[in-house]
Design a binder for this molecule. Structure first.
Ligand code: TRP
Ligand code: ZN
Length: 873
């Protein structure tokens, strides 16, 4: 059934408090929900009380202690409808559920011998009967009972009582004083180890911090614990937000559909985002752990204290919280680099989604399965929209806005409009123009061309925006696009400028493009040639088409004061070279252009003012999914090969620099910092692409390093290279880590992404490996997900064998875990940009899956993909 945003109605009843009892037994669990309900004044009088319930066996139902007659309620697959309630009363239900056979990983399920829950967005209804919608916020008291073989009985809030039930069972009672929607409920029952620490809040309260992990893993929690404390401090310093309970708990579980979940006071994490140290995780992994810990912690205010009225408003909490975690990471590390990473991700994942059959605005208008809307659009594009608002208001103005937002809406379930209104009201400004960013899908294209306006130095930039048509069929009105501008002089220095003849001269300014076209005059402070640097720090989530020449881009790459644009200039230059060859196989490498680029890189490498980490980012080639957007029809196989050709050419031309960087003394220094390690790995990658045998030998040795960044980096550098060293290195890595399930995910990924060995036959072998677990999403993602996004040559193979193999896997996965199947099917649905033969093969597989798909989740995705499919020619 399709749900529409415009059909929102408030709930007929509110729940003032709930007593939940979960009684866990081996063959089933019994859940009692006792709800104090009251008619909702906002809904206008008593109506029908709807209690959601899915897959539950109802055992008893009573109102104010009296069993309900069959005629007083109805029961269907969506839950219970209770009629005839006039005023406040207590509704009690008893239901049976089956965590022990739950493979969907929603509701209450078993993961590695521990019971845990995942309720967002609609999982609570699989546990007990309840109005499972975010605008019903209630005070929860939870009693958990289980065998004493499970010492930990955890839930939200404060522990208020524990005790024994006979000789072999025990219980715990938790009370959470903060009203919350059911999606933030959590419980964990298991036999776990715990890392303990504490944090003193800005008002001097002590908060106990507990991180629970599977036995033997406490040693791997230090980084997560430190990250948590840094996050707590940052939210106090930057937003004035303090934690609001005396206990904050994190539990790491091995079977988890996503990254982590912000349940009130009891975050549950995919273990791969908690358990990490430099021996088992790369520097990038550690960075990721820190940002996810921060993300979930920040949800305590943006999501939990102030939550979403309905699921169409998901970006209210997710866009804002991603923006907050991105800013936190920028403050903890290098801001320019963080921006480059975040934009790479946006371009590689969200831009493709925005032109795909599942395109949607950050605030969707309709859905069949809300699980399908936890997307790069809602999260990452949502964060970009918040970023535009924040930079428009300035640091202090944005803070005034969030202060008012919390003051107005604390303890409430609100909408995106409420958020924007708080920002506007706090600053006395009109933000109504920005509303279009919430309601329109598609990535705007912005062209910028220079026009001369007088024979002195003044010129103008003519901007034109185009909003593409998408399958979401949302309006296509011009959007407000903030374009941050700077000028770089011929000597590389900053040239101040003004935007009109009587305005002040500034080094950098923002022009807001609001109409379809916009003419922006630029008056530089000095004569001489200048190169405009546009959309600095990626000031809006658009595709910019400017009129810079290659030599102007090289100039920006060398001198731009905006580090993001230095990096981006290099990205464009690299993409230009790759696409020139991909479009015309006879073209070959443009030796002159690559030599110019290599010279710019040589200068950057020699520049002591640049961070090693930045140099490494500068030398990273654009992702295939980014390149695809500039090729019609896109050919991912050709792009993979031509990307390698350019990488090899660059490696060849930079050979002298790489050789002098990779001396034993230099390498010993580089391995000591994360920037140095990143650069070392990147240089190895370039040299190996160019066929350098000394680099192959160095990488083959480096695989054995005790530091995972170095070990994995060396493997990645070797991974596409058809040389015996690759197979030997992979085998050694396998043998060393075969008893470490998380590290084995890295091995699975490298095997399945390898151009040399990552064939469908090999995927079959990997799935039969003892470390593989078909019920574990991480394992499925590291074999099949990595293949789809990281092995274009075999996945998009002309004979369709990659599609066929994945199609069969998806049908299989759907029967166990629909949420995961729907998510993993997405690459197959992105076929519009390909040539007819490839499109036809993908379509045929989608049709086969469509016939066998069981779930609403997977069917929504397939129906969208097959709906308006351009017929194969
Ligand atoms: N709200 C979580 C976050 O962004 C993510 C989430 C949504 C999730 N649905 C989920 C996590 C289902 C696990 C399973 O932080
Ligand atoms: Zn989130």
């Amino acid at each position: 059934m399709l749900k529409r945003r415009e059909d929102y109605t408030p709930p007929a009843f509110l729940v003032t408090s709930v007593d939940l009892n979960i009684d866990i037994h081996e063959l089933s669990s019994i859940v009692t929900t006792k709800l104090a309900v009251t008619p909702n004044p906002a809904a206008g009088g008593a109506g029908i009380l709807h209690l959601d319930g899915r897959g539950l066996e109802l055992q008893a139902i009573s109102i104010d202690g009296k069993p309900l007659a069959d005629t007083d309620y109805s029961h269907d697959e969506s839950g219970l409808q209770i009629t005839g309630l006039n005023g406040a009363c207590v509704v009690e239900t008893i239901a049976e559920c089956h965590p022990e056979t739950n493979t969907a990983l929603e509701g209450l399920y078993l993961s590695g011998g521990m019971y845990c829950t995942q309720c967002e967005p609609e999982g609570f209804r699989r546990i007990g009967f309840y109005p499972d919608r975010p605008d019903v916020m209630s005070i929860f008291t939870v009693r958990l009972e289980a065998a004493r073989a499970y010492p930990q009985l955890l839930s939200n809030g404060n522990l208020i009582e524990t005790g024994h039930c006979g000789t072999d069972r025990h219980f715990a009672i938790w009370h959470d004083p903060h009203p919350k929607p059911s999606y933030l409920f959590a419980a964990v029952v298991g036999d776990l180890d715990c890392a303990v620490d504490s944090f003193q809040t800005m008002s001097g309260r002590k908060v106990n911090l507990h991180i629970y992990v599977e036995k033997g893993n406490v040693g791997l929690t230090h980084h997560a614990m430190d990250s948590l404390k840094r996050s707590m401090r940052w939210d106090e310093e930057v937003y004035g937000l303090e934690y609001d309970l005396d206990l904050f708990q994190i539990v790491a579980v091995s079977h988890f559909n996503m990254g982590a979940m912000e349940n009130k006071g009891l975050n549950i994490f995919n273990s791969k985002f908690v358990l990490a140290d430099p021996k088992t995780a790369t520097d990038t992994d550690l960075h990721r752990v820190e940002s996810i810990i921060a993300h979930e912690y920040f949800h305590n205010w943006t999501g939990n204290r102030v939550t979403c009225r309905d699921w169409f408003q998901l970006t209210l909490k997710e866009g804002l919280t991603v923006f907050r975690d991105q800013c936190f990471s920028a403050d903890m590390h290098d801001a320019g680099l963080q921006r480059a990473d975040d934009v790479s991700m946006l371009r590689a994942a969200q831009f493709p989604e925005d032109r795909s059959p599942t395109a949607h605005p950050i605030r969707p208008e309709s859905y069949r399965e809300i699980n399908n809307f936890y997307t790069a659009t809602v999260y990452e594009k949502g964060a970009e929209v918040i970023r535009m608002l924040a930079s428009y208001l300035g640091k202090d103005g944005f803070r005034r806005g969030t202060d008012l937002y919390f003051e107005r809406h604390d303890g409430a379930a609100v909408t995106c409009d409420d958020f924007v209104a708080a920002l506007a009201d706090a600053n006395g400004v009109d933000l109504s123009e920005f509303a279009g960013w919430y309601s329109q899908a598609g990535t705007p294209e912005l062209t910028a061309s220079r026009v001369a306006i007088d024979e002195n130095q003044a010129f103008a930039i003519e901007f034109t925006q185009t909003i593409p048509e998408t399958m979401a069929k949302t309006p296509r009105l011009p959007l407000p696009i903030p374009v941050r501008i700077g000028l770089v002089g011929d000597d590389g220095a900053i040239v101040p400028f003004r935007l009109s003849a009587d305005a002040p001269y500034l080094d950098e300014q923002v022009t807001l493009v609001t109409g379809k076209t916009h003419l922006q005059p630029i008056f530089p402070a000095s004569s001489g040639k200048v190169v405009p640097s546009l959309l600095r720090n990626f000031s809006a989530p658009v595709i910019l088409k400017d009129d810079l020449s290659s030599s102007e881009r090289l100039h920006l790459m060398a001198h731009d004061a905006d580090m993001f644009n230095r990096w981006d200039a290099a990205q464009t230059l690299l993409a230009d070279q790759i696409l020139a060859i991909a479009d015309d196989p006879n073209h070959g490498v443009d030796e002159t252009a690559i030599a110019a680029l290599a010279k710019a890189y040589a200068n950057s490498l020699a520049n002591p003012d640049l961070l090693d980490m930045f140099k490494s980012g500068l030398l990273t080639l654009p992702a295939i999914s980014v390149l695809e957007s500039r090729m019609t029809p896109a050919d991912p196989v050709a792009l993979f090969h031509t990307r390698r050709v350019v990488e090899a050419a660059l490696g060849r031309m930079l050979a002298p620099q790489i050789k002098s960087a990779l001396t034993d003394e230099n390498v010993a220094i580089m391995t000591k910092t994360n920037g140095g390690r990143a650069l070392l790995n990147r240089l190895l990658g370039l040299a190996i692409a160019a066929g350098d045998n000394a680099a192959i030998e160095r990488a083959a040795n480096q695989v054995h390093d005790q530091n995972m960044t170095l070990s994995q980096g060396a493997l990645m550098a070797l991974n596409h290279c058809d040389h015996p060293a690759r197979a030997i290195a992979l085998q050694a890595f396998h043998d060393r880590w075969q008893d470490s399930p998380l590290v084995m995910e890295k091995w699975f990924m490298m095997e399945s992404m390898s151009l040399v060995s990552g064939t469908v036959a090999r995927l079959g072998e990997l799935m039969a490996h003892p470390a593989f677990d078909a019920n574990n999403p991480n394992k499925l993602r590291s074999v099949l997900g990595a293949f789809m996004t990281g092995n274009p040559v075999h996945f998009y193979a002309d004979d369709g064998s990659g599609f066929d193999f994945i199609g069969d896997c998806l049908i299989d996965i759907d029967a166990r875990n629909p949420q995961l199947a729907a998510r993993m099917a997405l690459p197959l649905t992105r076929m519009a940009q390909y040539a007819p033969e490839r499109r036809a093969k993908m379509g045929a597989v989608l049709e086969k899956i469509q016939k066998q798909a069981q779930s609403n989740d997977l069917r929504e995705v397939l129906d969208k993909a097959l709906g308006d499919r351009p017929s194969p020619a």
